[in-house]
Design a protein around this ligand. Structure first.
Ligand SMILES: *Cc1c(COP(=O)(O)O)cnc(C)c1O
Length: 436
């Protein structure tokens, strides 16, 4: 369910014609629907009603301040993986005590920043990390509230690059070892083991791996309590998938129902970390057709968006819907097209042999379900500027991250002294500018 649809032959984001945004902002750009974000959040939250539970939105899916603030206003907490995301969540208005810090490689500086902010929980992924956190927290006279992230050894049946809950993955600690780490934690003054966490992967369509995980987590909670640990929080991670094309993922209500049935009476605060589910189909990437290049074998549609703007097809073989912004005639003939970007990589291909209607230079295309793991993964590869982001609410739209200027892009770099001497025409990086 989302709020991008044709009206009178023109694709709209809520009540705004997408072509009007393109005219104002230029292409390519990301466009987010506030109503869609709010709907996904409220549907998920409704499934948790009556439970001691909270949604900690996974910022890494889409950390734009406008997106995070939209969710924070509805009561969302945040799942973060870096100090940058900590600052982002706080700036967007997420309360510190609604933030959980995940990730296998937290630095001591990041731990210190999160402790000073007073976050809700650290999800610890290894024994050395536990010892580091203990040291940092003790240095501040604190005890960090922690959950150990266990690796439940469940195959999530998703793409290898987004599977996280099997023995071959870097994430979490296998259960027998985790149990020993809890015993160690009890002897460390700088940590207080209050919970247990897991996250088995992303874009999971079926409930079976979740059910297997929830059942294991339930057993782990009981075993840890039997060992004398006061486990009061259970973090099940995120991972529920969204329909990019023909997939039919389990509904959020079925997922929360499953959690309620298996975990609801454990006496734990239940923590959910959906990312993609909230943001995925709340965003589109809009691009313009630059050229149509036809050969005997192929029709190439060369657009002004590229893999640096949306890397999912290149990175995960991901499939995105591609729809013309001007609605094609009902009987428009479909013919296969390869939609590609301008970047100098064969991997800069959004799709191969996709049946698409006739297209011409300057036509606008929308890549659908691009709200999660889209703009956040963008880079400036090929010295292309970061793609701007636009938020829509009803009949209003606003640029929530402008397209940087070329000057700003180049100004972030410096020439070393030995290249900056007279004769070098580059104005940037003169020695006297070095400290600015
Ligand atoms: C990535 C991640 C999430 C969010 O995953 P989605 O598939 O976007 O829901 C949640 N928790 C952790 C620990 C993650 O690494």
């Amino acid at each position: 369910m989302h709020h991008f649809a044709y009206r009178d032959g023109a694709l709209h984001a809520e009540d705004v014609p997408v072509a009007r945004i393109a005219q104002a902002v230029g292409t390519p750009f990301y466009c987010y629907s506030t109503a869609t974000l709010e709907r996904h959040y409220t549907v998920f939250a409704a499934g948790l009603s009556g439970l001691d539970a909270r949604i900690y939105y996974a910022l890494k899916a889409n950390g734009n301040l406008a997106v995070v603030r939209t969710l924070a206003r509805l009561g969302a907490g945040a799942d973060i993986v870096s100090e940058g995301e900590l600052r982002r969540a706080r700036t967007a208005g997420v309360a510190a005590d609604a933030i959980v810090f995940s990730g296998v490689g937290k630095t001591e500086a990041e731990m210190a920043a999160a402790l000073d902010a007073g976050i809700f929980q650290f999800n610890v992924e290894s024994e050395p990390e536990l010892r580091a956190l203990d040291k940092v927290a003790r240095g501040r006279g604190r005890a960090a509230p922690i959950a150990i992230r266990v690796n439940p050894e469940v195959a999530a049946g998703t793409h290898a690059k987004i599977t996280t809950g099997t023995k071959q993955n870097k994430f979490g600690i296998p259960w027998p070892q985790a149990r020993a780490v809890y015993a160690l934690a009890r002897d460390l003054e700088g940590v207080a083991a209050v919970g247990i966490a897991a996250h088995i992967g992303s874009q999971i369509l079926d409930l079976a791996p979740f059910e297997e995980t929830f059942v294991k987590l339930r057993d782990y909670v009981l075993a840890l309590r039997a060992d004398g640990h006061d486990i009061r929080r259970l973090d099940v991670g995120g991972g529920l998938g969204v329909p990019y094309g023909a997939e039919a993922p389990s509904a959020p209500a079925e997922y929360t129902g499953l959690a309620r049935r298996i975990l609801g009476n454990l006496g734990c605060h239940l923590m959910f970390e959906p990312g993609r589910l909230i943001a995925g189909n709340a965003g589109i990437l809009v691009a313009r057709v630059l050229y149509i290049k036809e050969s005997e074998e192929r029709r190439f549609v060369i657009v002004d968006a590229a893999m640096n703007d949306l890397i999912r097809p290149a990175l995960y073989d991901a499939w995105h819907g591609i729809v013309p912004v001007a609605e094609p005639a009902a009987r428009a003939p479909l013919a296969p097209a390869d939609v590609v970007g301008p970047v100098c990589e064969s991997g800069d291909t959004f799709t191969l042999e996709r049946p698409l209607p006739p297209l011409r230079t300057n036509d606008l295309l929308a890549f659908t379900t691009a709200g999660a793991y889209g703009a956040v993964m963008a880079s400036t590869y090929n010295s292309r500027r970061l793609v701007p982001e636009v938020a829509v609410k009803g009949d209003a739209f606003a640029v929530v991250r402008p397209r940087p200027t070329y000057e700003a892009m180049l100004a972030s770099e410096r020439l070393p002294d030995w290249l900056a001497a007279a004769g070098a025409t580059a104005a940037r990086g003169r020695p006297d500018e070095g400290s600015r």
